[in-house]
Design a protein around this ligand. Structure first.
Ligand code: GCU
Length: 683
């Protein structure tokens, strides 16, 4: 029998992000045994080999059956228990496959994985622990991701879209996967990406945009080989590929006269197409579908429900173990602002709650975390708690479409963590993190930029998406600290405490700072139309998109109460329905999302709405300036190029924050006629 081989660590010129060589120092300076056979164990072996070559340790590999190596003095044993290494076949994400147990006793740390994926996650756990993995004894603890699916949705187009470009809402250069209509073929970069993702806990990637244009549609059929090449590159790091498909595929690709989900020929077409996908990619995860949404085709054209639509694809995937992720982002995008009864925030609940119980087991309803569209502040979507018989995945947006487009620092872990910790029901009812049985999905913020995410600090959002998916209850600040330790390796810096403190200071409060200088009190939007960067208070106010704030000379905000408004507040269970119903009990930060109030309305904080707007906008700019100054003071504590890239972006953030402040403050000053109580100039 030939000895199992190490898989070389993928090489790339891109930034090592949270896996710089130094992150492996503790592991790489030790005597390590890797035990087991299979693809993922080969990956673990390769990681250990590379670390030991760098830091002087020794790496030994043994097959599972060989027990003798245990007698030797190893510091770390990474052991595959059982034979299920896990890469062959098996399309379904199961948390048990990713479980590992870590114990330290008698000077040896042992990590055992039930499968190869578990072993791989155990390895990265040891990396995160660093020296602590080799300190005092640790009783055995089994780690298992709380959510079985932690997926990235890449809004990447294969062909450059005339309006949206290569990556829709991408702020990190081009696509990692596609360029000008074809696969890029830079599979080393894709492998390196898969490695980074595995190290933060992502285990699924959807490789193309949810808006499936004609070129992209072909990935499902004649171009499936290109998806298979990506799947092959991602598989060694335990990541399954997924594909966005168009509901109209039987028409567009199959030449059928209909895409009706109840039509027998349509069902047969999907079954055959899906079988061909699995012939190319045996562990293919499944489809992501945006249907009847912003112009995408869907079951409504045939008078069918979204359960009919989702189940069509679920049935095609079921024989292969795949899953359909069906997005709940269905609303009327051709509204009239004069019509106050239509409320975009209501739409997902109105469409999907009546369908609870009608979806197949392998259909997941993928719900944006808020009812509108990834604004810096929204209430948690009422859909999440309202379909107890449906598997829900929660979708967050790592790409910073509405949170500064990776030119502003906006660490989103604290926001996501608030969402995941929210309890849609009363008392000790389950949290969103517990209800998200279908997983956590993040719209990717990565591209072919050397730092992966354009803004080097935006890497923290990609990292947090994986870590919070695996542990939705984790302290978001601890997640950011983890990212800081791995990425900046303070132990190699001349003043580690100052570096840590500085990075914490600029990241932790950055979301709230961003919130302060943009649209106030949960009202949302007020962005420039189309590209969504920078302020435009009335940018969407008279558009068909349904994102209004209704500011007039007397007041601002959307009345979503049951008593006098759109009734949206009534979509929540108690205690939230009652809490949100009245301005007297609605939390300040959501007041204008739920209520239209006069500018003189006094908040719980004791200040009036208009004064709050002025104050927070001045504060937001001051906080952005303070963060910029902290960043400046960190020069010399990290590599110069990274420092310079962020420093440059801080100048733009500060310019942008001032622009927001002046735009929003002067808008409300002009509307209300109320001067700033503190006499500051309003521009
Ligand atoms: C937002 C975004 C679009 C995207 C859509 C979606 O509206 O601006 O670019 O397609 O969300 O989530 O489908």
């Amino acid at each position: 029998m030939t000895a199992p081989a190490a898989r070389p660590v993928p090489r790339t010129d891109a930034d090592p992000a949270w896996l710089p060589p130094e992150a492996f120092r503790a592991l790489g300076s030790r005597r390590v045994l890797v035990c087991g056979t299979g693809d993922l164990t080969d990956t673990v072996h390769g990681e250990v080999d590379a670390a030991c070559a760098e830091f002087g340790g020794t790496a030994v590999r043994a097959a599972v059956a060989d027990h003798r190596p245990y007698d030797r003095p190893y510091d770390l044993v990474l052991r595959l228990d059982g034979t299920a290494d896990g890469t062959a076949g098996g399309a379904e994400h199961r948390a048990d496959d990713e479980a590992f147990t870590l114990v330290r006793e008698r000077g040896r740390t042992t990590v055992s994985g039930a499968g190869g994926r578990g072993l791989l996650h155990g390895l990265f756990h040891v990396v995160r622990l660093g020296e602590a993995a080799f300190g005092a004894d640790r009783p055995p603890v089994t780690h298992r991701p709380a959510l079985a699916t932690r997926m990235l949705n890449h809004w990447d187009n294969v062909a450059v879209h005339p309006v949206m470009g290569q990556v829709e809402r991408g702020y990190a250069g081009g696509s990692l996967f596609w360029r000008d209509g074809r696969a890029r073929g830079d599979l080393d970069r894709v492998r390196a990406y898969g490695r980074l993702l595995a190290a933060c806990g992502i285990n699924a990637v959807c490789v193309n945009n949810v808006n499936v244009h004609t070129t992209e549609a072909h990935l499902l059929t004649d171009r499936i080989g290109e998806v298979a090449a990506l799947a092959d590159a991602l598989r060694p790091y335990g990541i399954r590929a997924h594909l966005s498909v168009t509901f109209a595929a039987p028409l567009v690709l199959g030449g059928l006269g209909t895409a009706d989900p109840l039509d027998a020929s349509v069902r047969a077409w999907w079954a055959a197409a899906t079988a061909r996908v699995y012939a190319a990619i045996p562990d293919f995860g499944g489809y992501v579908v945006k249907a009847d949404s912003e112009g995408q085709p869907g079951p409504f054209a045939y008078g069918r429900s979204h359960a009919d639509g989702a189940n069509l694809l679920a049935d095609a995937l079921a024989p292969h173990g795949g899953t359909v992720y069906w997005r709940a982002f269905v609303y009327n995008h051709r509204q009239d602002w004069r019509d106050r009864t239509t409320d975009r925030a209501r739409a997902a609940y109105d469409h999907f709650v009546p369908l609870d119980g009608a979806f197949r087991d392998n259909a997941v309803l993928q719900v944006k975390h808020g009812p509108v569209d990834f604004q810096p502040r929204e209430p948690v979507s009422p859909v999440i708690g309202a379909l107890p018989r449906t598997r829900i995945a929660v979708e967050v947006q790592a790409t910073q479409e509405y949170t500064g487009q990776q030119r502003h620092v906006c660490a989103l872990a604290p926001m996501w963590s608030e969402v995941l910790g929210f309890r849609p029901g009363a008392g000790a009812s389950p949290t969103v993190g517990e209800l998200a049985r279908g997983g956590l999905v993040a719209v990717s913020n990565a591209g072919d930029d050397p730092y992966w995410t354009g803004h080097p600090l935006a890497q923290a959002n990609l990292y947090a998406a994986g870590r919070l998916g695996a542990r939705p209850g984790a302290d978001p600040h601890a997640v950011l600290d983890e990212w800081i330790e791995l990425t900046f390796t303070p132990d190699t810096c001349p003043d580690p405490e100052r570096l840590r403190a500085g990075l914490r200071a600029v990241l932790r409060g950055s979301w709230r700072t961003y919130e302060k200088y943009t649209a106030p009190l949960g009202v949302g939007f007020m962005v420039q139309p189309g590209h969504h960067y920078g302020p435009s208070a009335d940018g969407y106010e008279y558009s068909p998109w349904g994102t209004y704030h209704f500011a007039d000379r007397d007041g601002v905000g959307v009345d979503r109460s049951r008593a006098t408004g759109t009734g949206y507040a009534g979509q929540y269970a108690e205690p939230w329905a009652t809490l949100y119903e009245s301005p007297a009990t609605c939390p300040d930060e959501l007041l204008l999302f739920f209520h239209h109030v006069p500018y003189g309305h006094v908040l719980h904080s004791g200040t009036t709405v208009v004064q709050h707007i002025y104050d927070t906008h001045f504060e937001g700019v001051a906080e952005a300036a303070a963060a910029r100054d902290i960043w400046t003071s960190l020069a010399g504590l990290m590599d110069g190029a990274r420092h310079a890239r962020v420093a440059e972006r801080y100048e733009e953030q500060l310019r942008g924050a001032r622009e927001w402040r002046d735009h929003i403050n002067s808008y409300f000053f002009r509307k209300s006629g109320v001067p700033d109580a503190r006499g500051r100039p309003i521009h």
